[in-house]
Each structure stands twice: as structure tokens, then as C-alpha cells.
Design a protein around this ligand. Structure first.
Ligand code: FES
Length: 156
């Protein structure tokens, strides 16, 4: 085995060890639903030509951004981006999945506690991650409504 290969397999082994420690730590504090969502999150990124964009800033300094596209009154596309923790990624993923297909009023009614329940609960110090996601979604929905109204008002 050449020196480079040996170093790379050693590095792989170290990364594997770190991953398995992280996985065992995660499994102690997070539900299976949270772990599954943040390992394979859906709807990550930004919707092209979005009809609305919402941002929320947390007291923890994490942020969440949600962009949306409506089809009539229904959420057709919904994506998130966050610099937050794994729980926040799980919240963005699950929230965008459940928002798609709802009309604007229904999506505005999604509550942080409901999102937490869908995720099998969150540790106390991560409960605010649900609010961050829900506030970003509500801001994006209100932005859609505001832009639509402005467009309608601007038309002759
Ligand atoms: Fe702050 Fe998750 S959003 S720790």
C-alpha cells in the first residue's frame, strides 16, 4: 500500500469512527424521525422565480429561509435553506413537505407544536427550531400574498 493510500484509508477510518460516535449521540437525544429527516432532507435550496420569500432569525443566531411558488392558491413548490443545527434541517425538510399541496390559509395555520409532534418531539433546547421554520414559512406566505396584491393593484 502506498503512503497516500494508507493515509486515505486511515482518514476514512477516523471519519467512520467520528460518524458512529455522532450517530450514537444523535440517537440519544433525537427521535428516529428527526434523524431520518436531517440525514436525507427534502426540498433543500431555493425555488427559482419564487412568488414569496421568508426569513426567520433565531436567538441562537441560526437562520432559516423559505421560498415558495404558488399554483393558484396552493403551495406548488416550497424549499428551505438554513445555517442551523440538524434539528433545524429536519424541521425545514418536514415543514416544506407538509406545506406543499396546502392552500395559503391552511399553510399559515401550521403550528410549531404540530411540526414537533410530526417529528416525534424535540429536546427542550431545540424546540425553538420548529418556530424558526414555521416563522420563515409564514413570512414567505405573507410575502406571496403581498406581492400578489401589489400586482393586482398595479394592473389597470
Ligand atoms: Fe437554533 Fe436549531 S435553530 S439550535
Amino acid at each position: 500500500m502506498t503512503g497516500d493510500r494508507k493515509e486515505s484509508s486511515e482518514l476514512d477510518r477516523i471519519v467512520q469512527n467520528i460518524m458512529s460516535v455522532l450517530e450514537s449521540e444523535d440517537s440519544k437525544i433525537y427521535s428516529e424521525e428527526v434523524i431520518a429527516e436531517f440525514r436525507d432532507p427534502a426540498n433543500v435550496g431555493w425555488v427559482a422565480d419564487a412568488d414569496g420569500r421568508g426569513i426567520a432569525d433565531g436567538l441562537c443566531n441560526d437562520t432559516m429561509e423559505i421560498t415558495l411558488k404558488l399554483d393558484g392558491d396552493r403551495v406548488a413548490k416550497c424549499m428551505f435553506f438554513t445555517d442551523g443545527c440538524g434539528a433545524t434541517i429536519a424541521c425545514g425538510s418536514r415543514l416544506t413537505k407538509i406545506a406543499i399541496g396546502k392552500n395559503v390559509d391552511e399553510a399559515l395555520e401550521i403550528e410549531p407544536d404540530y411540526l414537533a409532534d410530526l417529528l416525534g418531539g424535540l429536546p427542550d433546547d431545540h424546540k425553538h427550531c420548529t418556530s424558526l421554520a414555521v416563522i420563515a414559512l409564514r413570512n414567505a406566505l405573507r410575502d406571496c400574498v403581498r406581492r400578489r396584491r401589489e400586482k393586482e393593484d398595479g394592473e389597470p
